[in-house]
Design a protein. Structure first.
Length: 427
């Protein structure tokens, strides 16, 4: 399917015109403006000691390889944003596999390292995930989550955008990576810069700052991930909101882990493979050993330990050794029945909880006997476990005692007006 057909079936000519106008305004006809925009963003990131991830269309990266490699050498990650900028949700699995293979070949020829993917328009289907796994990529960041922070500022255009990209409500679905068959799925947060400017008509930096800060504080409270979306052509317009968000992230306690998508993917894979061994019982001195990646965060609540600890959050203390003894009236973990959904058990373990299959409810801090489990049950289950305040030893989601995580990202589908115009020819 060529770019014109995708435009007509997808975002439409009005959307393409808006993007074209932004590119002309901010980039001009050459890549020099893009270079300045990226440099502006990198300067802000450097100020706060962090980097970003920019998914980029392969054919565009292939036209400007030196520019891309230069920023990659400065620590910026680039990910695949398709071979062409087409709607993957309307492509069959075979067509997506071919597109992805072409993209990887193009990046390889250009000498650009990539390990992850984000769909154009944030639109995907099951064939997308299969193609990513088959081609050996480690993560996908195409699933949008819409945060309820607008307080009546929603417009019909914004609501259409949320519907078009299949965004889920963050109030119902935790904003967390998901590991499925060796592919880490990393959510993308809305509203992004495009939503602010094109859909909500909020071009004042103060408005953007307020909304991004609301999401930051919400994710910090919940221990979740805020994936900022900021297209480089809006660097000048969005530099104040970005700086304000990063400054606040650096000031929060416990800290916010600011990382690139590749780092989040690597960490989530490694931490999900951690194990916690419990030997003995609480009354006689339970021995615990944690085997996990460097930086793994070990949390304890409502138990006495024989090692140093420091206050953390929500009644937890952060333990400073991976081998320790605890005393507690019950096993400080979650017990489940043999009939409990395997999906539920996998979800809890991925969140860092220690889960044991057992019959004696009274032996465990929390006991679950639930045969059915779907995504809509996740947030209520987490609230139930954490709200109970019972003794627990668990792993934190993020490294080095971080409470939440933040990633700065922004899609690049054109460096110049010429790049944009060639999309109409499928190039």
């Amino acid at each position: 399917m060529n770019a014109i057909a995708v435009a007509l079936q997808g975002k439409g000519l009005q959307k393409l015109a808006q993007r074209g106008t932004a590119i002309i305004r901010h980039y001009g006809w050459t890549s020099r403006r893009m270079d300045r925009s990226l440099a502006r963003l990198v300067a802000i990131l450097d100020q706060f000691g962090c980097a970003a991830t920019f998914p980029i269309t392969a054919i565009v990266a292939q036209r400007h390889p030196q520019l891309v490699r230069r920023y990659q050498e400065r620590g910026i990650e680039f990910a695949i944003h398709g071979h062409r900028h087409v709607d993957h949700s309307v492509l069959a699995a075979e067509a997506q596999l071919a597109e992805l293979a072409q993209a990887q070949e193009a990046f390889s020829r250009a000498g650009i390292l990539v390990s992850g993917f984000r769909c154009p328009y944030l639109r995907w289907n099951e064939g997308t995930l299969g193609a990513l796994r088959q081609q050996g990529l480690t993560y996908d960041s195409s699933q949008a989550l819409a945060w309820d922070v607008l307080d009546g500022l929603e417009t019909p255009a914004y609501l259409r955008e949320v519907s078009f990209c299949g965004a889920l409500p963050a109030a119902q679905y935790p904003s967390l990576p998901r590991l499925t068959d060796n592919l880490v799925r990393i959510p993308y947060s809305l509203p992004d810069d495009e939503g602010f400017v094109d859909r909500l008509a909020l071009e004042m930096p103060a408005h953007m700052s307020d909304l991004w800060l609301k999401i930051l504080h919400r994710t910090h409270q919940l221990g979740e991930l805020f994936t900022i979306g900021l297209h480089p052509e809006r660097a000048e317009l969005c530099e104040e909101p970005l700086a304000a968000t990063l400054a606040q992230a650096r000031a929060l306690t416990p800290p916010v882990w600011v990382a690139r998508l590749c780092e989040i993917s690597t960490w989530w894979q490694a931490r999900s493979n951690s194990s916690v061994l419990m030997a003995g019982d609480g009354n006689d001195g339970l021995r615990i050993e944690v085997m996990g990646p460097p930086g793994v965060t070990i949390l304890a609540r409502g138990v006495k330990t024989d090692i140093p600890a420091m206050p953390w959050m929500d009644g937890y203390a952060r333990l400073l050794s991976n081998r320790f003894a605890v005393s507690a009236p019950i096993r400080p973990c979650i017990g489940v029945s043999v009939d409990t959904s395997s999906r539920l058990v996998s979800f809890l373990r991925e969140q860092g909880y220690v889960v044991e299959v057992g019959k004696e409810k009274a032996h465990y801090s929390h006991y679950i006997d639930q045969a059915q489990f779907v995504a809509e049950h996740e947030r209520p289950l987490l609230a139930e476990i954490e709200g109970a305040g019972r003794p627990l030893v668990r792993l934190g989601r993020w490294p080095d005692g971080a409470r939440s995580a933040l990633a700065v990202t922004g899609d690049i589908d054109a460096f110049t007006w010429w790049d944009f115009g060639l999309r109409f020819l499928g190039r």
